[in-house]
Design a protein around this ligand. Structure first.
Ligand SMILES: Cc1ncc(COP(=O)(O)O)c(C=O)c1O
Length: 232
């Protein structure tokens, strides 16, 4: 079974094109695949978010601008002032560390010709049903979706992840990729984590985590109600 068919199990019918990376999700960003293959004149990172994409772009010598989402808006993307001249935009969905889950339509609204829109979906398989995932979304200009096997499966050491996107863009990434970037053990792990059984297991874990979270929130809310207020 090739990685192509592996990913087709994970994204039945929705997957169009993919490219495995030897260095995991952040390998795609950090070890320079995106930063080296693309030469953005105006890269924008939507913050708060994981710090590595910005670090990777800066290390590759690209100027980076930040768009900061505000807590009082619930870290929502709606209304975010992404500069029109941005030719590379990086957004996490759901976002580490805010856990904001942006609606897919709101993300797609930031795509335009001449811009690469990178959506880091490292944590998406923790969202039951992945309703806001763009992993199978075709026809959005410049859309790259970066996925990870690290978060659900704890495979950080194997350094394997994958990126989904239009063939031309993946070709540009491929040209910046080192030789033999994916090890056989990593491929075997990707295969195991993407089997129908593993996908079902991940979905069960995501649902259980969601229920746990809801229970925790209820507990915290009742704990908070037990506190007495003192004027400061
Ligand atoms: C948002 C985000 N993307 C990517 C990663 C790393 O993914 P990988 O292990 O596949 O490089 C992390 C790790 O914490 C993360 O928080």
């Amino acid at each position: 079974m090739t990685l192509n068919t592996i990913m087709a199990v994970k994204f039945p019918v929705r997957i169009l094109r993919y490219k495995p990376s030897g260095s995991s999700n952040q390998g795609i960003m950090k070890n320079g695949l995106i930063a080296r293959a693309l030469r953005p004149r105006c890269a924008v990172i939507v913050h708060p978010q994981f710090t590595e994409p910005e670090a990777a772009l800066r290390a590759a010598g690209h100027p980076v601008r930040r768009v900061i989402l505000r807590p009082r808006d619930g870290f929502r993307l709606a209304g975010a002032a992404i500069p029109p001249e941005a030719d590379l935009v990086v957004i996490g969905n759901p976002t580490n560390p805010t856990s904001a889950l942006h609606p897919a339509a709101g993300l797609v609204a930031h795509a335009r010709p001449g811009r690469v829109l990178v959506i880091d979906e490292a944590f998406m398989d923790g969202v039951p049903g992945e309703p806001e995932s763009l992993a199978g979304c075709a026809g959005v200009p410049g859309l790259l979706v970066v996925r990870s096997l690290t978060e659900t499966w704890g495979l950080a050491g194997l350094r394997i992840g994958y990126v989904l996107g239009p063939a031309a863009l993946l070709g540009r990434l491929r040209s910046a990729q080192p030789l033999w970037p994916v090890s056989t053990p990593a491929l075997a792990a990707a295969r195991a984590c993407s089997s129908a059984r593993a996908v079902a297991e991940a979905a069960t874990l995501a649902r259980a985590a969601g229920l746990g979270l809801a229970a925790n929130r209820r507990t915290r809310a009742s704990d908070v109600r037990r506190f007495r207020r003192f004027p400061s």
